[in-house]
Design a protein around this ligand. Structure first.
Ligand SMILES: [Zn+2]
Ligand SMILES: [Zn+2]
Ligand SMILES: [Zn+2]
Ligand SMILES: [Zn+2]
Length: 307
């Protein structure tokens, strides 16, 4: 290694590390060999005071971030476009608003570059002030919501965290393997309009799949529905297929589908009817007996589609 080369490398790396944490180097001295990283540090240094810039960009009325055109009253109180449309006078000083733009703040907004708020979860993207909200809504690093379908659960996190959460907090059944046979039983099914059965999680191909089963009214008719959701992104969900089969008395209903990502809420999937739907009368017929008890045996298989 060339003398000094290693040292140079080390310094560059430590500068980068500073930059990543948005912390200013203690001496603040950025000499010429580091000009390239200095711009990065400089930009990130700007971000250290981001919170105050953010405060400046917050509309004082509705507390959301303002995007150009940003307006101000003759005394300089700023206001977002939405709020401006609703008032004649400045909500702060009561002066008549007129039509004054706050070009300086607009320029600040336009020059801002912000890291994705999921940076800590692994997103490396940096966005202009304008594009950031749109990105964050779709960032693939954004946390997932708990897929449990019973009572509303506010837990969010990555898949690993949610799998343990389902196991520990919801006491969900976990199964290994890509084929399954599941029994759904309910006495007095006629009394039930809406019901959600316990979620089952299948562990196969290094991923987790949630099997949902529920009762609801479809155009006034009581139905049962079974469907699978994939614990991961839509992009990966599409690499899998699944089939469900239910029957009895010599009849059989089958469904083949693509598991839906848990990014889609379970009600979204249910309302799009993307699963096996069984009319209640058919379900009771499948159950055998005197139609007083629901006893469905659901068989299923998950497989990986060839790329
Ligand atoms: Zn506003
Ligand atoms: Zn004002
Ligand atoms: Zn992101
Ligand atoms: Zn939960």
């Amino acid at each position: 290694m060339a003398p000094g080369g290693g040292v140079y490398q080390d310094i560059i790396e430590s500068r980068t590390a500073y930059a990543d944490y948005g912390i200013a180097p203690a001496n603040g001295e950025l000499s010429s060999p580091f000009r390239k990283s200095a711009t990065v540090v400089g930009r990130r240094l700007g971000m250290a005071s981001n919170s105050s810039v953010h405060e400046l960009l917050e509309c004082p009325v509705c507390i959301t971030l303002m995007y150009p055109p940003i307006h101000q009253c003759p005394n300089g109180h700023t206001l977002c476009l939405n709020c401006k449309a609703k008032v004649q006078c400045c909500p702060i000083c009561r002066q008549e608003l007129g039509n004054i733009r706050c070009l300086a703040l607009e320029r600040v907004a336009e020059s801002l570059e912000l890291p994705c708020k999921y940076q800590i979860l692994g997103c490396q993207e940096i966005f202009s002030y304008h594009n950031q909200p749109r990105h964050e809504q779709n960032c693939r690093f954004r946390p997932y919501k708990c897929p449990y379908a019973g009572a509303e659960c506010s837990v969010t996190g990555d898949i690993q965290l949610l799998v343990s959460h389902l196991k520990d907090d919801h006491k969900v059944d976990m199964h290994n393997g890509c084929t399954f046979n599941h029994r759904y039983v309910k006495t007095n099914p006629q009394e039930v309009e809406n019901a959600t059965w316990m979620l089952t999680v299948f562990n196969c191909f290094g991923h987790q799949f949630c099997l949902h089963f529920e009762a609801f009214q479809l155009q006034m008719a009581p139905v049962y529905m079974a469907f699978l959701r994939f614990m991961g992104d839509d992009h990966d969900a599409k690499k899998f297929s699944y089939s469900l089969e239910v029957g009895g008395n010599g009849r059989k209903l089958t469904w083949q589908g693509v598991p839906r990502s848990i990014r889609d809420s379970h009600t979204t999937v249910r309302d799009s009817l993307d699963g096996l739907i069984i009319q209640r009368s058919m379900a009771l017929f499948f159950s055998g007996g005197d139609r007083q008890e629901l006893k469905l045996k659901l068989a299923g298989r998950i497989w990986e589609e060839q790329a």
